[in-house]
Design a protein around this ligand. Structure first.
Ligand SMILES: [Zn+2]
Ligand SMILES: [Zn+2]
Length: 179
């Protein structure tokens, strides 16, 4: 059956922050294809399928794997909405995937679920510093950063150069099954 999960993230930004979400994320998924619970799938907005990362020895009965044990998975990003104003940036992302009940191939006592028991997500973003931009710093638009469910909240991030506070995240992204 076709299932959908919605991920919602909210970040408070200061006026000095130049904030952009990445179109890439990692998500914990009970993967119907390799029949393992809690795999990491890598998703790009616009890609036709996700990529499930599993170790090769667990999957040697499958022949469509590349050399490090990844396989295409029937999960993709079907909605990606960002919105923001002077103080808040939000991301709402819908994942759609083909799923059917199974028990874990290596741990038969673990039953898979559409929404995994130990679900987590890792989101990526870049944040630049207007203070550094205005003083003429070339690389004011910072490096790629990420936030993930298992961080210790709240998370505050400041400019590594001038220490201006840029973003605050009060809690983990929400992950919900949707109809
Ligand atoms: Zn898989
Ligand atoms: Zn700065």
């Amino acid at each position: 059956m076709l299932s959908h999960v919605e991920i919602t993230a909210r970040v408070e930004v200061t006026p000095a922050a130049h904030f952009v979400w990445s179109n890439r994320l990692e998500y914990s998924h009970d993967c119907f294809v390799c029949r393992r619970v809690g795999r990491t799938v890598v998703l790009h907005h616009g890609a036709a399928h996700g990529l499930c990362h599993s170790s090769r020895h667990q999957l040697e009965w499958q022949d469509d794997l590349d050399e490090v044990g990844r396989h295409p998975a029937p999960i993709r990003i079907t909605g990606f909405d960002t919105a923001g104003d002077i103080s808040v940036q939000t991301l709402r992302c819908r994942l759609s995937f083909w799923w059917s009940p199974f028990t874990d191939l290596k741990r038969p006592d673990e039953r898979a679920a559409e929404l995994g028991a130990k679900r987590w997500v890792r989101l990526h973003y870049r944040v630049g510093c207007h203070t550094c931009r205005d003083t003429g710093e070339d690389d004011w638009f910072g490096e790629q950063k990420s936030l993930q469910s298992n961080m210790v909240w709240p998370v505050t991030s400041s400019c590594p150069r001038c220490r201006t506070e840029l973003v605050t995240m009060s809690g983990p992204p929400e992950i919900n099954l949707v109809g």
